[in-house]
Design a protein around this ligand. Structure first.
Ligand code: GDP
Ligand code: IMO
Ligand code: MG
Length: 429
């Protein structure tokens, strides 16, 4: 069973970092395939606590190569800091590889992200302001600068000059801000080239060879399905696809090579940034979940909006991603809750629907239809086997299985690697 994909099934921050860190023990390659440093993946392991933005969560295992795939947009300034931080804490980062096809985030992408958000006023997306959207715009507009361009400084200069000429027109004429200097950007990216050149290669080929040898590969999703630009709450979405399908394209692995797709679901729902969220709780219960779960953004520190588990959204996520099983995380955050609810439909214009609407105007009108379940009011954080869970916690998990039509392979009851109940081995080697 060599290729496993771990996919965020909600609005991000489901605990993918924890699940990947745990599964990576059996992998030889861990690949980030989408997004950039808008991600914040928390890993708590014997090396300490880490909040990884770009570096794949497999970096902690000596025998595992950590690949930044072609589908990622890479900010070299962030990578420098992140890798230096890891090294300072004694983590060996020599196992990193960077796809030559990954697009780079350039200084103008950050500036434009900020200016665009500002100009949207109260219609702003609430982006992470990391330049992600503008970098993907350039990728599809074919004006991007790629990691492979760092290997040829003359060509690098050409690419930056071409892009910057147009960007400076926009900066000065549309937004009335200062132009950026070609010489400064070029000099800065030449320094990145000197540092990262040895790590840049055709990672798709590396993975193809690994698969020929039957070596296990783990695809590390970033963001979550409901932020997908096609299927998520568009336009309140991110700019690359967090789906399992993009796991193939963003890493250069063929779709028929994936053996197991794990959808990572929080036991409840959170969202950071603007956009519809039908089960959001703007009351004391929502505040309690936020406080118990310390639901604040890993990357931006923003308070996360909290609510009940949304089985309607989960249905679409499961269908489009083709999940084979679910990992349910943060069960322990609900330990003190006397009663729980799961959303099983939306009431809209007097009718109950069970599909996730594509239009945000419709989603804004949706009132959740809930099913009530009893809480367990017992700590679950020491449970290591499924049978250790209190009956109502098992009841909750089994209800999710029934509603979504998927087995729950992993139940996470804490931040640490070992606080995980494995009900099904994902990697059968
Ligand atoms: P990611 O972006 O999907 O990797 O998730 P984040 O790291 O942004 O946010 C998830 C948070 O939940 C992190 O602080 C994790 O350490 C934490 N976490 C993951 N699983 C569990 C769990 O089962 N219980 C608790 N209490 N925390 C968890
Ligand atoms: P991880 O991998 C949660 C959200 C932003 C915003 C929208 C667009 O940690 O789960 P962007 O900067 O991507 O243009 O912002 O997407 N967003 C995330 N929310 N977790 C993430 O990543 C996210 N990455 C982007 O908050 O609403
Ligand atoms: Mg996160």
């Amino acid at each position: 069973m060599p290729v496993v994909a771990v996919i965020g099934a909600q609005w991000g921050d489901e605990g993918k970092g924890k699940i990947v860190d745990m599964l990576a023990e059996k992998a030889r390659y861990v690949v980030r395939f989408s997004g950039g440093d808008n991600a914040g993946h928390t890993v708590v392991n014997p090396h300490g606590e880490f909040k990884l933005r770009l570096t794949p969560s497999g970096i902690f295992y000596k025998n595992t190569k950590a690949i930044i795939g072609n589908g990622v947009v890479l900010n070299p300034t962030v990578l420098n800091k992140e890798i230096d931080g890891l090294k300072e804490r004694g983590v060996d980062t020599s196992n990193l590889l960077i796809s030559d096809r990954a697009n780079l985030i350039m200084p103008y992408h950050l500036v434009i992200d900020g200016l665009e958000e500002k100009s949207l006023g109260d219609k702003a997306i609430g982006t992470t302001l990391k330049g992600i959207g503008p970098a993907y715009v350039d990728k599809v507009a074919r004006t991007g600068v790629r990691a492979g361009d760092l290997l040829d400084k003359k060509y690098l200069h050409e690419r930056i000059a071409l892009a910057l000429e147009a960007k400076n027109q926009i900066l000065t004429k549309v937004y009335g801000v200062k132009a950026l200097s070609l010489d400064e950007i070029y000099k800065q990216y030449c320094e990145y080239a000197d540092r990262w050149a040895p790590y840049i290669c055709d990672t798709s080929e590396v993975l193809a060879k690994a698969l020929e040898r039957n070596e296990p590969v783990l695809l590390e999703g970033a963001q979550g399905f409901l932020l997908d630009p096609d299927f998520g709450t568009y336009p309140f979405a991110t700019s690359s696809s967090p789906t399992s399908s993009n796991g193939c394209l963003g890493s250069g692995i063929a779709p028929n090579k994936i053996n197991h797709i794990v959808g990572v679901f929080k036991a409840f729902q959170t969202r950071v940034g603007a956009g519809p969220m039908p089960t959001e709780l703007k009351d004391a219960t929502g505040d309690a979940i936020r406080e118990w779960g310390q639901e604040y953004g890993t990357t931006t520190g923003r308070a996360r909006r909290c609510g009940w588990f949304d089985a309607v959204a989960a249905g679409l996520s499961t269908r489009v991603n083709g999940f084979d099983s679910m990992a349910v995380t943060r069960m322990d955050i609900l330990d003190k809750m006397p009663h729980l609810k799961i959303c099983i439909g939306y009431k809209v214009d007097g009718k109950v629907i069970t599909n996730f609407p594509s239009s945000i105007a419709t989603l804004e009108k949706c009132e959740p239809v809930y099913e009530d379940l009893p809480g367990w009011e017992t700590s679950t954080s020491d449970a290591r086997k499924y049978k250790d869970l209190p009956p109502n916690a098992k009841g909750y998990i089994e209800r999710l299985e029934k509603l979504i039509g998927l087995p729950v392979s992993l139940v996470s009851v804490g931040r640490h690697r070992e606080q995980t109940i494995v009900r099904q081995e994902i990697y059968k080697r």
